[in-house]
Design a protein around this ligand. Structure first.
Ligand SMILES: [Zn+2]
Ligand SMILES: [Zn+2]
Length: 239
């Protein structure tokens, strides 16, 4: 099989994990499986539509995973109606949802980390099926390995440093593709995959450009609606 970033190889990686006897677990202890555990995590940095596509692939393969959605993001808003519907569709497919939380600006300005995260979870639980688990977005090294009383974190030692950790961050395996890393893994694994790389495939530059064009279109619509004198100006972006 070809080790590329394609849906086909994505499926092959999950099939490899199944063949090796991995059970797909969540981060909160609800789904317990005997034998080796695989914590399949998707950080949704760019597109909920692409995350939903991956959620459908996982579901079709009989795999449960956890999707981490950003509390604030330049490319989608978790408060937007369409986004909420997409997150609920992911949950309806049997997957977990957690916050992919960016704490850099708030914590560096005095927010208590545990308090900020646990209150954020409570807030988002008022309208989304969010579990008591977070994955930090671009975590500072000092918050890696921390454990918290009120929620689970994907960077706790039991999910991160004490087991095999495989990630496609920045579309870079740092050595070997997940399919061969899984073959060599001795025990439990956390596998972090970003839906964008797999759905965009080899044409990821055009996929990135279309995410950007959508964002510009959206900003122009918001301007036209809320500040018409600015919104009608041609600000040099593709309409
Ligand atoms: Zn591979
Ligand atoms: Zn991220």
């Amino acid at each position: 099989m070809a080790c590329d970033f394609s849906i086909k190889h994505y499926e092959e990686i999950l099939e490899t994990a199944k063949r090796l006897g991995y059970g797909f677990c969540d981060f909160t202890g609800k789904r317990r499986t005997p034998g080796k555990k695989l914590y399949l995590r998707h950080d949704v940095d760019l597109s909920l539509a692409m995350a939903l596509e991956i959620a459908r692939v996982d579901h079709a393969l009989g795999v449960s995973s956890t999707f981490f959605v950003l509390n604030e993001c330049d490319f989608y808003s978790i408060l937007d109606g369409e986004t909420i519907d997409q997150v609920k569709s992911i949950s309806d497919l049997g997957h977990d949802v957690g916050l992919h939380i960016d704490v850099r600006d708030t914590v560096s300005r005095g927010a208590d980390l545990e308090e900020f995260v646990s209150r954020s979870i409570e807030l988002f639980k008022t309208f989304l099926p969010v579990e008591d688990v977070v994955a930090f977005h671009i975590p500072d090294p000092e918050i890696l390995h921390l454990e918290f009383r009120r929620f689970s974190c994907t960077y706790e030692p039991r999910f991160f440093s004490n087991i095999e950790y495989i990630s496609d961050s920045a579309r870079n395996w740092r050595g070997e593709c997940a399919c061969s890393r899984l073959e060599r893994a001795k025990g439990d694994v956390q596998l972090l995959l970003h839906p964008f790389w797999w759905v965009a495939g080899s044409d990821f530059m055009s996929a990135g450009a279309s995410v950007l064009a959508d964002e510009i279109r959206h900003t122009k619509l918001v301007l036209a609606k809320n500040a018409p004198p600015i919104g009608v100006l041609d600000i040099g972006a593709e309409a």
